[in-house]
Design a protein around this ligand. Structure first.
Ligand SMILES: Nc1nc2c(ncn2[C@@H]2O[C@H](COP(=O)(O)OP(=O)(O)OP(=O)(O)O)[C@@H](O)[C@H]2O)c(=O)[nH]1
Ligand SMILES: [Mg+2]
Length: 342
């Protein structure tokens, strides 16, 4: 009971500060409070921190810096696959299995096809509604808002925030359609590719790239006819890889009934263990590099908008005339230290 009272106090303080337009010092204090509460696992602080990160507000950078030393404990599991394969339904049922195993969970659903609010996101919310009253499950949907390139960055930060809040497992759903989604899936420690039987297109989509990233393959909707055929097909495709390619288990599931969920959770655990020893927390510099590089990119973006620089303008004109492409222009910009860089 006293915990609740304590938790409410900073909340009240924050509101008062907001009303008074806080000074920088006070704002910094508020930030510390928010981060403390986030690290304490408070859902309200988690929601607020995610909103800050999603909207890329100024406080987002401060939050990311403050939580950095506390990252690396969550297992991040990415579910990707063609539209309609049953990813959301599967995640919902899989999370029930995780809860039975006493894991706290964060879910990030990414829907690049719904720039505004999107029926699919709403659909996901409804499908994941089973967990609405379970404080052990925190669901957040991210819409791309037309910035596909920035989506993987936002998703990575949201995952970090959930990790900092002490979630044991963070689950991320993406439609495996394009490069950006593949990038998002790559953030995950364990990548689960979901497909459903009987759709030739599914196999095509998988062939087009997502098969390579799979740590685990799921054939969902195993209640439908042709499910066995799909398993055999995928198995044959896996057999065509180099013989030193890692073992990729194929798990059959029926997300609507929960069949196969324990097997899936076991496969995820087994992969997570290999990953933990091989890769995870191997070198904290990997994450720091990513964050510094992103921050640098952000700074350059701000400068490019605010600074007027004749040399840079001339470079952009060359792009417009088709003389050089974006990548060449970016390299020139850095080499020549335009925009007062360097
Ligand atoms: N028969 C059967 N239907 C399923 C199963 N799993 C999901 N479905 C149904 O398949 C449809 C699509 O499920 P979703 O979970 O929305 O699929 P999704 O991959 O998340 O779809 P998008 O997010 O739109 O790409 C829904 O009507 C589900 O009820 C299953 O195991 N068996
Ligand atoms: Mg979905």
């Amino acid at each position: 009971m006293s915990k609740t009272t304590q938790a409410e106090k900073p909340e009240v303080r924050q509101k008062t500060q907001k009303a008074k337009k806080p000074t920088k010092q006070k704002a910094a204090n508020t930030e510390a409070t928010l981060v403390e509460r986030l690290l304490g696992g408070e859902p309200v602080a988690l929601a607020r921190a995610i909103t800050a990160v999603e909207n890329q507000t100024e406080r987002a950078a401060e939050i990311m810096a403050a939580i950095h030393p506390h990252l690396g404990t969550a297992s991040v599991i990415g579910f990707t696959g063609p539209p309609g394969a049953g990813k959301s339904t599967l995640i919902n049922t899989f999370v029930e299995e995780l809860r039975r195993r006493d894991k706290s969970v964060g879910i990030v659903a990414v829907d690049p096809s719904s720039p505004i609010t999107g029926g699919a996101i709403l659909g996901d919310r409804i499908r994941m509604a089973t967990h609405t009253f379970d404080p052990g499950v925190f669901v957040r949907s991210l819409a791309s808002r037309g910035h596909l390139g920035g989506l993987s960055r936002t998703a990575a930060h949201v995952i970090d925030v959930m990790d900092a809040a002490g979630r044991d497992v963070v689950v991320i759903e993406t439609v495996g359609a394009g490069q950006s989604e593949v990038e998002i899936a790559e953030i995950a420690h364990t990548k689960v590719v979901v497909c459903a039987p009987g759709l030739g297109d599914d196999i095509q989509a998988i062939k087009a790239g997502i098969l390579e990233i799979a740590d685990i393959l799921v054939v969902n909707k195993s209640d439908l006819p042709l499910a066995d055929h799909t398993v055999r097909h995928l198995s044959a495709m896996l057999g065509l890889r180099d013989h030193d390619a890692p073992n990729v288990p194929i798990v059959s599931t029926t997300a609507t009934t929960g069949e196969g969920m324990a097997e899936l959770a076991d496969a995820v655990d087994a992969h997570g263990e290999t990953f933990a020893t091989a890769d995870r927390r191997r070198d904290p510099r990997v994450r720091i590099r990513r964050l510094v590089a992103e921050a640098a990119g952000h700074l350059i973006g701000v400068r490019a908008k605010k600074t007027s620089d004749a040399e840079f303008d001339a470079l952009c004109d060359r792009v417009q005339r088709g003389e050089i492409d974006f990548d060449e222009a970016a390299e020139t910009m850095l080499r020549e230290r335009m925009l007062g860089l360097g």
